[in-house]
Design a protein around this ligand. Structure first.
Ligand code: PLP
Length: 480
């Protein structure tokens, strides 16, 4: 037989050398990121234009990859870890999270079944129980109760899977078997909710016309009376209210929907209540912010928050909880012969493949575990309190300047504000700020008015960065 060529891998020695270089690269990047323009100045096509048309036929050294990271990739990045990143919501990362990601990649396990890596499943179960306790979520969301937690890649995935579970429950499993009957079900959320519900509804086959966007109260939170009227009307027409998504911390302004009265209406009409707390939920680690979850205990069927946003866990990590794991597993479990195994058959284990869209899954729990262990619960509280205190200081500066108006309540770390008067000067202010390279803010529209959003929660953001941002805003607004 002809000799079979053996693949060439990086040697352990080379891996050690390059691994140190890569970790040094990251540490250097974090130290210098503040000196880079936060919003990328790349022109469309600029990055691709510098990449060779074809991949190398013969393997290169990893040094060459690191060199191109500096030369080609970094100039084409918007620096989410820059202390002046105030746009959207932050995706805060941290040393423990990055090191644990590296370890997870090195282990290279795939935890679709308990049996394919028991520790991958059990660490995840345990850490999500920890997190539930840290956020003072009810026991029903833990494995000690009837439910449990699972790490999804994103809040959008969480919304999709709980929607499918809600449909499963509402239809007694019929939707899973026969598909969705057109016009039979309705889903409710506020006009301020994230677009991910509409996406989930489209993917699930319900169709976008099944979503009822409920009006908000003056503070931009969902109006529970309007929700009740909408449900009543649907029921009168034979439409089944399948799920309500309440948002705790809307993307646009951070509004907190009143979960308790919403939950009472869900109970009355038999609808599933999902609480989307993607950004602010993690702040409930601090007892003084737990009011945001009022009503979750009594009424929520599912709940999700993203440690990858404000809780230093590095993208991606969404903690998704269900109160009744049977509805989720019932909706998503398909067991072909090739996945059968004795542990699954015993019924004594959790197979997370039944809790998500993909079959395979990576060991994301490792980074959440590392973050919680290395910061400690108290260290995380300090991070959240620091962000909130900085946001309150910023809001105080804005509020004291009569050229500006605050556009929404700002109890946590998002501040929505604008120059009084027409939209154009606000758009110009945002453009000038973002062109400065020192800060990056995003915008929204509040009650028809173009509004700037400043969200604080990045790992490196300190008082001086927020003060410098306010100084820039103030000077640009004055036409200096
Ligand atoms: N829900 C809320 C309230 C959000 O703020 C966001 C994103 O900012 C999402 C859902 C979507 O999050 P993801 O990117 O994790 O899907």
């Amino acid at each position: 037989m002809a000799e079979i060529p053996v693949p060439q891998h990086m040697t352990a020695e080379e891996f050690r050398r390059q691994g140190r270089a890569a970790v040094d690269w990251i540490a250097d990047y974090w130290e210098r990121v503040e000196s880079l323009p936060v919003l990328s100045r790349a022109e469309p096509g600029q990055v691709r234009g510098q990449l060779p048309a074809a991949p190398p036929e013969v393997g290169e050294s990893f040094d060459a990859v690191l060199a191109d990271l500096d030369a080609i990739v970094v100039p084409g990045l918007t620096h989410w870890q820059h202390p002046g990143f105030f746009a959207y919501f932050p995706t805060s990362t941290s040393g423990p999270a990055v090191l644990a990601e590296l370890l997870a990649a090195g282990l290279g396990v795939q935890g679709m079944l308990w049996q394919t890596s028991p520790a991958c499943t059990e660490v995840e179960q345990h850490v999500l129980d920890w997190l539930a306790g840290m956020l003072a979520l009810p026991e029903k969301f833990t494995f000690a109760g009837t439910g449990g937690g699972v790490i999804q890649d994103s809040a959008s995935s969480a919304i999709l899977v709980v929607l499918v579970a809600a449909l499963h429950r509402a239809s007694g499993g019929q939707v899973g078997r026969e598909g969705v009957e057109r016009g039979r079900y309705a889903v409710y959320t506020s006009t301020q909710a994230n677009s991910s519900l509409e996406k989930g509804v489209r993917i699930s086959g319900l169709g976008a016309s099944s979503v009822r966007f409920i009006d908000t109260r003056p503070d931009l939170s969902m109006d529970p009376d309007a929700l009740r009227s909408a449900m009543k009307e649907d029921v009168a027409q034979g439409i089944i209210p399948v799920m309500v998504m309440a948002t705790v911390g809307t993307t646009s302004t951070g509004a907190v929907d009143p979960v308790e009265p919403i939950g009472r209406t869900c109970r009355e009409y038999g609808a599933w209540l999902h609480v989307d707390a993607a950004y602010v939920g993690v702040a409930a680690v601090c007892p003084e912010f737990r009011w945001i979850h009022h009503g979750v205990d009594a009424y929520a069927d599912s709940y999700a928050t993203n440690p990858h946003k404000w809780m230093l866990t590095a993208f991606d990590c969404d903690a998704c909880y269900v109160a009744d794991r049977e509805s989720l597993v019932g909706a998503l479990s398909v067991l072909p012969e090739y996945l059968r195994n004795s542990a699954t058959d015993s019924g004594a284990v959790i197979d997370y493949r039944d809790w998500q869209v993909p079959l395979g899954r990576r060991f994301r729990a490792l980074k959440l575990w590392a973050v919680i262990r290395c910061y400690g619960v108290e260290g995380l509280r300090t991070h959240f309190r620091h962000s909130v205190a900085l946001a309150q200081q910023f809001a105080a500066w804005v509020g004291a300047d009569e050229r500006f108006e605050l556009m929404a309540p700002h109890p946590l770390s998002l501040v929505c504000f604008r120059l009084r008067g027409p939209d154009e000067p606000n758009q110009r202010l945002l453009d000038a700020l973002n062109a400065s390279g020192r800060v990056y803010l995003s915008h929204t529209v509040v009650r028809g008015a173009f509004t700037l959003r400043l969200a604080i929660g990045g790992t490196a953001t300190r008082y001086e960065h927020v003060a410098a941002a306010w100084d820039d805003i103030s000077r640009i607004a004055a036409g200096e």
